[in-house]
Design a protein around this ligand. Structure first.
Ligand SMILES: Nc1ncnc2c1ncn2[C@@H]1O[C@H](COP(=O)(O)OP(=O)(O)OP(=O)(O)O)[C@@H](O)[C@H]1O
Ligand SMILES: [Mg+2]
Length: 255
């Protein structure tokens, strides 16, 4: 179920305080269903804070934030939203399959049929192409494979919304490309909505839609194409810099 606007995520006046600082300042944005939306902006601009707000783990959130038609953090969203944090939490002393079995059991407090759980694990393994590594210890995997285990954990329970916090950080260009192809396959195959953050602007071109952030604010909420055209830029990085200059000029003139 989506909200009345049809968006998978809809924010109005979303504000978050951390300590004595306001780190998100009255954000309005929408994340369309069934698409890949990139959340891009420099380190410290508030991407992880926004994502934690969407999955309901952030304190001191005010304003309106609807996720799949419910207030963020609502109990019914627990299995409908998958979240991969910036620091992946996978048990390195368990095998890939043992990790997935464990998280599938945690996710399933009602103890659904064992075969349904096994099916969910097998599907997640297949979706991230780790079937051949199912019995390898997670601690012996490469960085890219470990990222895919985290992603598989988030796919358990077939979430409608996947929130991925910088899943490609530290990966080489080939692995980054493979992972983006995987996101597109997952969005297509599972008809899921993906909200994915990055501070690498060239990854923006791989998204259907973009939220560009700076310093706790949204600079743009648009498609990569429209952004480039609107700012007469060759790529999203240029468009971002153009928007930053524009925002600075506006601030100056308001003084
Ligand atoms: N406990 C805290 N108290 C006060 N400020 C905090 C606290 N935790 C984080 N912040 C600030 O909140 C802001 C947003 O942090 P956040 O982690 O959301 O940024 P980010 O865009 O995800 O950065 P990165 O790309 O480095 O992951 C930062 O300026 C950070 O310094
Ligand atoms: Mg972050």
């Amino acid at each position: 179920m989506m909200n009345s606007s049809g968006a998978a995520v809809q924010a109005r006046g979303l504000t978050v305080r951390r300590g004595d600082r306001t780190v998100l300042r009255g954000l309005d944005f929408a994340v369309p269903p069934g698409r890949i939306t990139g959340l891009l902006g420099p380190s410290g601009c508030g991407k992880s804070t926004l994502m934690r707000s969407v999955v309901g783990t952030q304190a001191q959130v005010t304003g309106t934030l609807d996720v799949l038609g419910h207030p963020a953090g609502h109990a019914t969203l627990r299995s409908r939203v998958g979240y991969v944090t910036q620091a992946p939490s996978v048990y390195t002393d368990l095998t890939v399959r043992q990790n997935l079995d464990y998280f599938a059991a945690v996710l399933d407090p009602g103890r659904a049929r064992r075969d349904a759980r096994e099916e969910s694990v097998a599907r997640a393994l297949a979706d991230v192409d780790l079937g051949s590594h199912a019995d390898a210890l997670a601690g012996r995997l490469s960085g890219g494979q470990l990222n895919r285990v985290s992603l598989a954990v988030a796919l358990l329970g077939s979430p409608e919304l996947l929130v991925l916090d910088e899943p490609t950080v530290g990966l080489d260009p080939v692995l980054r490309r493979d992972l983006w192809e995987l996101f597109h396959r997952i969005a297509g195959r599972r008809a899921a909505t993906i909200l994915v953050s990055s501070h690498v602007m060239d990854e923006a071109e791989r998204c259907h839609r973009l939220l560009l952030m700076r310093d706790g604010e949204i600079l743009a909420d648009d498609t990569p194409d429209a952004l480039r055209r609107r700012t007469d830029s060759e790529n999203v990085e240029q468009a971002f810099l153009h928007l930053v200059d524009e925002a600075n000029a506006l601030q100056e003139s308001a003084r």
